[in-house]
Design a protein around this ligand. Structure first.
Ligand SMILES: *Cc1c(COP(=O)(O)O)cnc(C)c1O
Length: 404
């Protein structure tokens, strides 16, 4: 986007936004990545010990230890570590009984995996709008929308327009900001919907003091290299429901019935298990989560001070009812017109990237992607508003200061 096409006021806003971000990152070696992991001697030793044990694959004591530590972190009874967050979300949906002919409510503003996991099951994503502060599913707007298109029946919630069952809602805690779970749970109960959290970005975030991942039937976590805690690649299903736990574990390990040597499978299963080697990394990283959270809050407070000092800019702050892990920090450009906002956003991104600060836009709305052209959706004014105004900022823990 050519900066000359911007109005003088918008060009000034872009310059002020760039200066605010550059001020926070002054003295940092360029390029500054959007999000990079941090490792110390502890990870190197854990990996070396794991290699020494020869238990590097999908069976091993560290997987069980990692599962126990995750369950404790999320305040739930069970965790099933798997090899990606996408796999975790797929399993969550399967365990909630979702399949062909169903619709699943997902936020229009999310990473591709949220809708893809729905498609893996043969169900159809049904896109819903977000809140401006939470950046995630807005329970009030969702309730009003469902009142117009859906009806609760004895066999579940039916979409009057498509005739299909609306089976579940997937609140995604965007950038780590918790969705307002109490009213969302009320809406889900009113329509008989299962709640499945996409908590891929929100490990360590809390809602009214309780960790994310413990609110629905089950939740998916991700430990991809760009998440707050990484196993290289990985994820987990967390749940309080013993039946979900057993089924998720079974499906993740090729649905093989336990036996010392026979190959006997009773369902079409998946090879989704997390290797012990990755669990070694995850266990060490998870011990550092409190320190990671503290340093991310420090970084967030510096961005907030610099950004909120500029009229026309807003730092994407956590909602009052909870605490974000600030997985990603975000800046919102408050230009009134959507096209002008998008031009300003693109100009800011190019300017910062030219300066070695690798910022990115928010995701394209999933509802605009070609494979979901026919998917049902509500009006999405706030998802669209946010898409054209949000810039995600470098958010690695090391930018918040040295390890404790
Ligand atoms: C990271 C992420 C996932 C899962 O991603 P994987 O790369 O498969 O671990 C799912 N949903 C959201 C919103 C994410 O950000």
């Amino acid at each position: 986007m050519n900066a000359e096409l911007l109005s003088p006021g918008t060009a000034r806003l872009v310059a002020a936004a760039a200066a605010a971000v550059e001020g926070v990152l002054a003295g940092r070696e360029r390029p500054v990545a959007l999000h990079e992991p941090e490792f110390s001697q502890a990870e190197a030793e854990a990996l070396a010990d794991c290699l020494q044990s020869t238990y590097v694959s999908t069976v091993g004591p560290l997987v069980d230890a990692f599962a126990a530590a995750l369950a404790e972190t999320c305040g739930v009874r069970y965790a099933v570590p798997v090899n990606t967050g996408s796999a975790a979300l797929h399993l969550c949906l399967l365990c909630a009984g979702i399949g062909p002919g169903d619709e699943v409510l997902v936020p229009a503003l999310s990473f591709a995996a949220t809708a893809a996991a729905v498609a893996y099951t043969g169900a159809t994503p049904h896109f819903v709008d977000i809140g401006r502060q939470s950046l995630g599913v807005d329970p009030e707007a969702l309730g009003e929308y469902l009142d117009t298109v859906a009806e609760a029946t004895p066999t579940g919630c039916r979409n009057r327009r498509t005739g299909r069952r609306i089976a579940a809602v997937v609140p995604m805690h965007a950038f780590g900001h918790p969705v307002d779970m109490d009213p969302l749970t009320d809406v889900a109960a009113r329509f008989g919907l299962a709640v499945i959290e996409d908590a891929a970005e929100s490990l360590g975030s809390t809602y009214k003091g309780h960790p994310m991942g413990g609110f629905g039937r089950c939740a998916a976590l991700s430990f991809n290299g760009n998440k707050i805690v990484t196993t290289g690649g990985g994820g987990a299903v967390v749940t309080n429901d013993e039946a979900v736990y057993r089924l998720a574990r079974h499906l993740s390990s090729t649905a093989k019935r336990p036996h010392p040597y026979r190959y006997d499978h009773d369902m079409v299963g998946y090879n989704y298990r997390l290797p012990n080697l990755n669990a070694a990394l995850g266990l060490t990283q998870l011990r550092k989560l409190p320190d990671f959270l503290a340093r991310k809050r420090l970084l967030a407070s510096r961005y907030a001070a610099a950004i909120d000092a500029v009229p026309g800019l807003r730092f994407a702050a956590e909602p009052a009812y909870g605490q974000s892990n600030y997985w990603l920090c975000g800046l919102l450009l408050d230009a009134p017109d959507a096209n002008e906002a998008a031009s300003a956003r693109d100009a800011l991104i190019e300017r910062l990237r030219d300066a070695g600060i690798l910022v990115r836009p928010a995701w394209r709305l999933l509802s605009d992607l070609p494979m979901y052209a026919d998917a049902p959706r509500m009006a999405l004014p706030r998802a669209r508003w946010t898409e054209s105004r949000l810039v995600s900022l470098p958010s690695s823990v090391r930018l918040g200061g040295p390890p404790a």
